[in-house]
Write a protein that binds this ligand. Sequence first.
Ligand SMILES: Cc1cc2nc3c(=O)[nH]c(=O)nc-3n(C[C@H](O)[C@H](O)[C@H](O)COP(=O)(O)OP(=O)(O)OC[C@H]3O[C@@H](n4cnc5c(N)ncnc54)[C@H](O)[C@@H]3O)c2cc1C
Length: 597
Amino acid sequence: MPAYKAPLRDISFVMNELLESEKLYQTLPGYEDATADLMGAIIEEGAKFAENVLSPLNQSGDEEGCHWSEAGVTTPKGFAEAYQQYVENGWPSLSASTAVGGQGMPNLVGIVINELAGTANWSWLMYPGLSHGAVKTIEEHGDDEQKRKYLTRLVEGGWTGTMCLTEAHCGSDLGLLRTKAEPRADGSYAITGTKIFISAGEHDMAENIVHIVLARLPDAPQGTKGISLFIVPKFKVKDDGSLGERNAVNCASIEKKMGIKASATCVMNFDGATGYLIGPPNRGLNCMFTFMNTARIGTAIQGLAHAQLSYTGALTYARERLAMRSLTGPKNEKGPADPIIVHPDVRRMLLTQKAFTEGGRAFIYFLAQQGDVVEYGDKERSKAADDLMALLTPIAKAFVTETGFEAANLGVQIYGGHGFIREWGMEQIVRDARISMLYEGTTGIQALDLLGRKVIGSGGKLLLGFTALIDEFCAANDGPEDAEFVRVLKAYKDEWLALSMKIGESAMKNPDEAGAAAVDYMMYSGYVCLAYFWARMAVLARHKIAEADGDVAFYEAKVMTARFYFDRLLPRTLSHKNMILSGAGNLMQMPVEMFAL
Ligand SMILES: Cc1cc2nc3c(=O)[nH]c(=O)nc-3n(C[C@H](O)[C@H](O)[C@H](O)COP(=O)(O)OP(=O)(O)OC[C@H]3O[C@@H](n4cnc5c(N)ncnc54)[C@H](O)[C@@H]3O)c2cc1C
């Protein structure tokens, strides 16, 4: 397993130079303390924790996995101690609001810390990873008593949170869920049903686990309009906040699975467990969107994390591993062969990893910043940022995880046969990365959300909000020196709009056209989004080079990676476009029974 070394230079480049975070936070009342120095110091500490505490547990956690017994779930050696340290150092409360006992740092800083921790050890991050969403859900939709009872300990990390949506017969289609919630005389509810695949549903790291559960009231309408949201604690909480008796919620088993083996994926039985309604009855799915949006960005980070870790290993290997000579003559004359990094095909793979990693980082940090503007911006800015997030979150979740998986897989290829062997750790990265395209809504579901709800559903308004930013950037940088990026980006932006219109029109005649186009449309959109961030990075890097400002080689590498992205990755849009334009007929014409022929 490659030892994790946090890419602090690139993190600082994106946060400070590209996205000018300090300048932004000075304009957001509540975040004025978030100076570049303070954020940088926090991130450096986070990097030490990730490198020294979490990274050494990544491979051993995978080997050992979790253990279930009637008494509970035991996490791999070192996991609980690392969590203890995480809590003692105050990491869980970093970006929670001061109103609920948090440190009030921007979401962006919390997201960077999650990137660091998750790259070092994704399985470990799954335990604290869902608490933030639970906090946000209770903060936004809970009543005063719920906030008083649950938020402090969740924010401190003494308790962790879960998200209990999925049942054996339904994951994407939550309208089908059956877990029941029956009102009791004391105002609480008896929750009965079985949830599966619940991450961190049971573990040995925290005193209490607060489950956020979707269930149906007795008189609830069918489908998604009849779902309500409940808090179900593992241990009931007394009025003074101390722990009471054990609630009737138990982990029946944990899954044996392909990757993230050190993360407990639990079957949870609710046997008349005491639950408390959050938000209005039958509006649970709407309230849950708070949680799901946080979790979707959290999952996008997973794509970035695995791409980064795989690239770190592959780059070291490609510089050391000797095989054959460069096609243009020996580069390592004293050695018996050249390092494989001299070969064009190995460079293709490394640069693909690098372009997706650094582009994905810019995309996700930008999105995190929008989340901060939503929270603390004035009404107009907050609305504009919310619209951007609505459009970009499904793209970030699906595209960054799909390309993160591709990058992880390329890492195995760069190691050759050794990539397939466990001790190197590269195959673990692929196994761990695979889930990111499934949970929190599969790629297909994100793509439908993007095209159906966000683009067609808003009559193109949300898309135009983002393309206005692209227009603004292109207009401000339309000189010949940046044309290789800016003019190309502008042309893609125009094509993206035209393509969206075309799909919208054909979907009006036949809804299957939207379903048939969705994933290719999402990928197309993802490539254009990344082109926007790569163009911005390249233009900025060029200015830095011209001013001989700082580390010129770093900026030159940015321009070269941008060029690689524009020349070799962005053209993939052409095949996505052609597949979209081929229409739904080639998918839908075959009768179901003919699939078996
Ligand atoms: C390791 C792990 C951890 C998880 N953690 C959690 C957790 O903490 N909490 C939780 O609630 N859940 C969790 N899940 C569940 C996860 O979110 C679901 O598995 C996921 O949302 C997909 O649901 P499903 O498995 O029921 O697949 P299905 O919904 O049955 O989908 C099967 C396939 O059909 C496709 N499909 C379905 N409907 C459509 C459609 N309308 N159009 C096009 N394609 C469609 C899907 O994209 C997918 O490819 C976890 C799962 C795993 C494996």
